[in-house]
Write a protein that binds this ligand. Sequence first.
Ligand code: PEP
Ligand code: MN
Length: 261
Amino acid sequence: MKFESILLPGIDDKRPLVIAGPCSAETEDQVMATARELARNGIKIFRAGVWKPRTKPGGFEGVGSPALKWLKKVKEETGMYVATEVATEKHVYEALKYGVDMMWLGARTVANPFAVQEIADTLRGVDIPVLIKNPVNPDLELWIGAIERLYNVGICRLGVIHRGFSTSDKTIYRNLPQWHIPIELKRRYPDLPVFCDPSHIGGKRQLIQTLSQQAMDLKYSGLIIESHCSPDEAWSDKDQQVTPASLKEILSSLVIRDRTQ
Ligand code: PEP
Ligand code: MN
């Protein structure tokens, strides 16, 4: 596989490339308040979950398509690019309709080859960068299979997100990092940009700085970090979200030994 750059116009290839924003788009005010502050702090790509795949029914499953209007407003008002998770054909159509600049496949979706194939078929002929999270289970081949499904329909602007692997063991992490898995992926595909998602690995905001530094020491290209204007009131993943101000501190604390990707 020969990958092409996921960089969007105006974004340079300095490490880390940072994608930040709330776990979920909740209300227009929450999205705009978070986005404005992130943009002021120099963030160039905004993330927000519009459709949320929850482990159990009954939780907040995302606002759905109406939230795409808020993402469009983020683009228009702040100039940031916007990224969201897609899990079905309908999500892809809707996200494209509202001008989403980058999409990612979530860990639960990547564990399901039929879902990945449906998304890939919908994206055939579309020129958009796509990031593929690792599957929930520690299965490198399944992760690579998802990359191949996207690549085979002509999506060459690909990257991956290491978000950790679920475990029944009691650990400090929400999802075990198992660093050797993304390291092996990078060994096989040296040109594939790897992002770390310290928010979902750690599950708590106190772990984000250390995990981000570890990712930088392993020469990851970027970080995707959940940031919310009022984390304790977040409707999903509240323990792991940081304010834009705290994100700024975390990022400025990182020691980057080799800045190029
Ligand atoms: C998310 O990014 O908010 C998310 C649902 O992540 P994951 O697919 O890694 O669980
Ligand atoms: Mn989340």
